[in-house]
Design a protein around this ligand. Structure first.
Ligand code: NAD
Ligand code: ZN
Length: 347
């Protein structure tokens, strides 16, 4: 079968012929419906080096944001039906520590001794015709379109988790949220904020088409550059936003997020670009929580699917057939994707 393989650090992936995987005990083989190209993949093949925090050792098939239909059940798997559509919860922890027991494999207490972080993260992912995943990582899609839903497994779940944790700050009237970076994650972030809160959503990106899409989704947009923080504060009546979400994570966006946040607000950095912030007692707004979040829990992925089935989330995506999968990644590197590029291997 064909697969997009990450062969070496700082090397663009290759489209290769590889063996069709065989599901092990407790696993299923999925026929991939959709595989989203996440910007974290760019970090994996372009930025990370051996031993860097977050680095996953090659070689493996990319794709940590997947949906598919059950093709085959591995030994010991019962109660699932061939042909049913599922979303894949990508993180894989030890499955027996406290974090894994509550469905939060992202914070597995034994991660350091695990040979991989998840599907498409150190073990073969779903940017391929077929992928094997633990049956326990499947979230049912029912009648939902698995191609339209594919990006929810990361681009939906990650902002959902970040926003859910910030809800105490957004609960009540007259609240404001800031979304920086309106790509795969950010555009879903805007919709999740609209679905879960009554807050006014302020959004920003460098791309005019991303800003236009955010406005269509009900956000107020503010261009970047000189005076941006003043403009955001002006919209909020001078107070600043109650919760900021940075889906870029470079130093200037972390600074914008922090300095646009109201006293006692929450500033969540989701983008993994590695930007740092020069915190000081006198310049950081008092009692602002500066935090980071990583992906989400299995249970939260069920909640994201519920929002999708209720018509409250509408992922923006462009499909690519398998033979154009590398083009999708190149377009992502070049900043030319609107929403998500979803590779559809069986189109
Ligand atoms: P994407 O490429 O789809 O979108 C990024 C968006 O940010 C683009 O619209 C781009 O124009 C915009 N942007 C870039 N630089 C900007 C700047 N300086 N100011 C304003 N906007 C800017 O990326 P994505 O797949 O949505 O991922 C976003 C980030 O989140 C990446 O860093 C990715 O690695 C990270 N990520 C983190 C997690 C997590 O669990 N924390 C999970 C998935 C992705
Ligand atoms: Zn664990």
């Amino acid at each position: 079968m064909r697969a997009v393989v990450f062969e070496n650090y700082q090397t663009f992936p290759e489209l290769k012929d590889v063996e069709k995987p065989v599901p092990g005990p407790g696993e299923v083989l999925l026929k991939v419906a959709g595989a989203g190209a996440c910007h974290s993949d760019v970090a994996i093949f372009q930025d990370f080096t051996e031993g860097a925090p977050g680095a996953q050792r090659p070689e493996f098939t990319l794709g940590h944001e997947n949906s598919g239909w059950i093709e085959e059940l591995g030994p010991g798997v019962e109660g699932l039906n061939k042909g049913d559509a599922y979303l894949v919860y990508g993180p894989i922890g030890c499955q027996h520590c406290r974090a894994c027991s509550r469905g939060q494999d992202t914070y597995c207490e034994n991660a350091a001794t695990m040979p991989y972080m998840g599907v498409g993260l150190g073990r073969d992912g779903g940017m391929a015709e077929y992928v094997r995943v633990p049956a326990r990582n499947l979230v049912p899609l029912g009648d939902a379109d698995p191609v339209a839903a594919a990006s929810l497994s990361d681009a939906g779940l990650t902002p959902y988790h970040a926003i859910k944790l910030a809800l105490p700050h957004l609960n009540g009237g007259g609240k404001y949220a800031l979304v920086i970076g309106l790509g795969g994650l950010g555009l879903l972030g805007v919709q999740i904020l609209k679905a879960l809160t009554g807050a006014t959503v302020i959004a920003t990106d460098m791309k005019p088409e991303a800003m236009a899409e955010a406005e269509r989704l009900g956000a107020v947009t503010v261009p970047g550059g000189e005076g941006q923080i003043d403009r955001i504060r002006e919209i909020t009546g001078g107070r600043g936003v109650d919760a900021a979400f940075d889906f870029v994570g470079v130093a200037p966006t972390v600074k914008t997020a922090m300095e646009s946040t109201a006293r006692q607000g929450r500033c969540t950095i989701v983008g993994i670009a590695g930007g740092s912030y020069d915190w000081s007692f006198f310049t950081a707004p008092y009692e602002v929580e500066l935090t980071s979040t990583y992906w989400g829990t299995i249970e939260e992925l069920y909640e994201v699917v519920d929002l999708f089935n209720a018509g409250q989330l509408e992922p923006m995506y462009t499909t690519y057939p398998m033979d154009r999968a590398l083009e999708a990644y190149q377009a992502l590197v070049d900043g030319k994707i609107s929403g998500r590029a979803v590779v559809v291997p069986h189109s």
